[in-house]
Design a protein around this ligand. Structure first.
Ligand SMILES: Nc1ncnc2c1ncn2[C@@H]1O[C@H](COP(=O)(O)OP(=O)(O)O)[C@@H](O)[C@H]1O
Ligand SMILES: Nc1ccn([C@H]2C[C@H](O)[C@@H](COP(=O)(O)OP(=O)(O)O)O2)c(=O)n1
Length: 222
């Protein structure tokens, strides 16, 4: 059996990774994996257990107990932690504020990268995987790698609209704080992977971004 086709979509917060990856998966009948949801679900489970997310040693000690299950249907992605559907609470402000330090802990990354590779191997025809280190660490051999960027002000405005917040300045500050931690951490920082095609979605519609990625996939499939 051939290895599944992997489409890696990386980029900073709010650049459009989830929407683009789901759109591409739908257009090409591929599976979809949101690795950010896994880091968020891990963070949720640690907070539930009373672990201080900035205490790297405690985080590493408890992380192994957490059982995550990711559903890969782009029309209805799911994420469970310890048997609980956490799709809603992982988007809340407590998890958003705590996820960057948790995802900077090398042991957490080792655990989750292992699980992500298992999901990729189990994907039939192929899978669109989105996150920060997919093209650089999780699937460096992916034949299609996209680095999606957008102007921070546009990213914050989109995210604030999505969250129903009228405080775009606060959203921008939170997003820039997370960008800074995610890009400067020692373990798998957000970088443009070797061979990744950069797409700037600031002035493109979601459909245009999806079409560009679909075209990249069709090129490698020819
Ligand atoms: N090219 C685009 N044009 C306009 N809005 C977009 C575009 N791409 C994404 N969005 C919107 O921006 C918000 C954040 O997108 P999302 O896919 O969640 O980003 P990420 O996964 O990178 O955090 C969503 O509300 C989404 O609908
Ligand atoms: N492959 C990944 C995916 C996400 N992360 C971290 C970095 C992010 O701050 C958090 C949350 O990721 P998520 O993609 O849900 O964040 P946004 O929705 O883009 O704001 O997880 C990571 O370190 N590696």
């Amino acid at each position: 059996m051939n290895a599944p086709l992997v489409v890696a979509v990386d980029g900073p917060s709010g650049s459009g990774k989830s929407s683009t990856a789901r759109g591409v998966a739908r257009a090409l009948s591929l599976a979809y994996l949101d690795t950010g949801a896994m880091y968020r679900a891990m963070t949720w489970a640690l907070l539930q257990r009373g672990v201080d997310p900035t205490d790297a040693e405690a985080v590493a000690q408890v992380a192994e107990q957490v059982r995550l299950v990711s559903g890969t249907d782009p029309d209805a992605p799911t994420i469970e932690a310890d048997g609980v559907d956490v799709s809603v609470p992982i988007r809340g402000p407590q998890v958003t504020a705590a996820v960057s330090p948790v995802s900077a802990v090398p042991y957490v990354r080792r655990l989750l990268v292992q699980q992500q590779r298992a999901v990729i191997e189990a994907a039939g025809d192929g899978i669109v995987v989105e996150g920060r280190d997919i093209g650089s660490v999780v699937a460096p051999d992916a034949p299609v790698k996209v680095f999606l960027v957008a102007d921070p002000v546009a990213r914050a405005a989109r995210r604030a609209a999505e969250d129903g917040s009228d405080d775009a300045a606060a959203t921008l500050a939170s997003l820039e704080r997370r960008d800074a931690i995610d890009s400067t951490r020692a373990a798998s920082p957000l970088v443009r992977a070797d061979g990744a095609v950069e797409i700037d979605g600031t002035h493109l519609s979601l459909e245009e971004v999806v079409d560009r990625v679909v075209a990249l996939v069709r090129e490698v499939r020819r």
